[in-house]
Write a protein that binds this ligand. Structure first.
Ligand code: BGC
Length: 251
């Protein structure tokens, strides 16, 4: 079955048709820059453009960098604050005519990794982190997602700011850290995560997972760590797969 998956990000809104039986994208992905300000109206217009481009009708999966409960958006990171309390699922469904599944972007990326990528067949507590502009986080327990974890926003002991301020890929670039320095910050972050959640497997996703071998030698964790396999496409693939899955939550 071919389903359209859309990944709403702070700088780009990306979509592609995905074969949800094997997790492969069957079209080129189309990326349209995120309108600024990224208000619901402006973003939904772009989502509609993507649907029209792919001449698509059918279940539509969408990931967004927000907490989503029952289709309502409850937070807004790197998108306009007007999303907060906005009924996103309904708004997108009305504009496109498609039944919509709307989920947090890290949750859909994790969903894709569990089904088709690095987490396939993994039981127990698996945590997936997308390291990019922010830190997206997601947890699966025996294959079942625990949705809407916001672990990029926890404060590390003795620090006065969100973890994503110091350990995201944006922080690496902005603070001009070399791989070893950045890995040291990741180690503090993951040590805290491990103390709180005791995961057995950590999957590292986001754009930086392409450069995994540069920082992997410096990582020190109790849990096994592996790079995501679907890279930046996990958001699109997971959104599409979630749109037709009973296991997806927060639809
Ligand atoms: C947001 C999360 C999102 C993550 C990755 C964080 O700042 O709060 O909802 O999953 O960034 O985009």
């Amino acid at each position: 079955m071919d389903i359209l998956g859309i990944d709403i990000g702070g700088s780009g809104i990306k979509g592609a048709l995905v074969n949800v039986d094997n997790g492969e994208m069957i079209t080129e992905r189309l990326r349209i820059p995120t309108p600024q300000p990224a208000s619901p109206k402006a973003v939904i217009k772009v989502v509609k453009q993507l649907v029209d481009h792919f001449e698509y009708s059918g279940p539509l999966g969408v990931g967004i960098p927000s907490i989503v409960i029952n289709g309502v958006v409850l937070s807004a990171a790197n998108i306009d604050d007007r999303w907060i309390n906005y009924p996103g699922r309904e708004g997108i469904a009305q504009a496109t005519g498609c039944p919509v599944t709307l989920m947090n972007d890290a949750d859909v990326a994790g969903f894709a990794e569990m089904r088709f990528g690095a987490g396939r067949g993994e039981d127990g507590v698996v945590m997936i982190f997308t390291l990019g502009t922010g830190i997206g986080s997601c947890m699966f327990v025996n294959g079942q997602i625990v949705p809407n974890l916001e672990l990029g926003h926890i404060y590390l002991p003795r620090k006065k700011h969100d973890a994503e301020f110091s350990a995201s890929d944006r922080a690496r670039k902005e603070h001009k850290l070399d791989w070893k320095e950045w890995a040291k910050r990741l180690n503090s972050y993951f040590a805290y995560i491990e103390a709180l959640f005791s995961p057995e497997l950590l999957v590292i996703g986001g754009g930086v997972s392409k450069k995994y071998e540069k920082f992997a030698p410096y990582l020190r964790t109790r849990a096994r760590v592996v790079p995501a396999q679907l890279r930046n496409e996990a958001g699109i693939i997971g959104a599409a797969a979630a749109a037709v899955s009973k296991e997806a939550v927060s639809q």
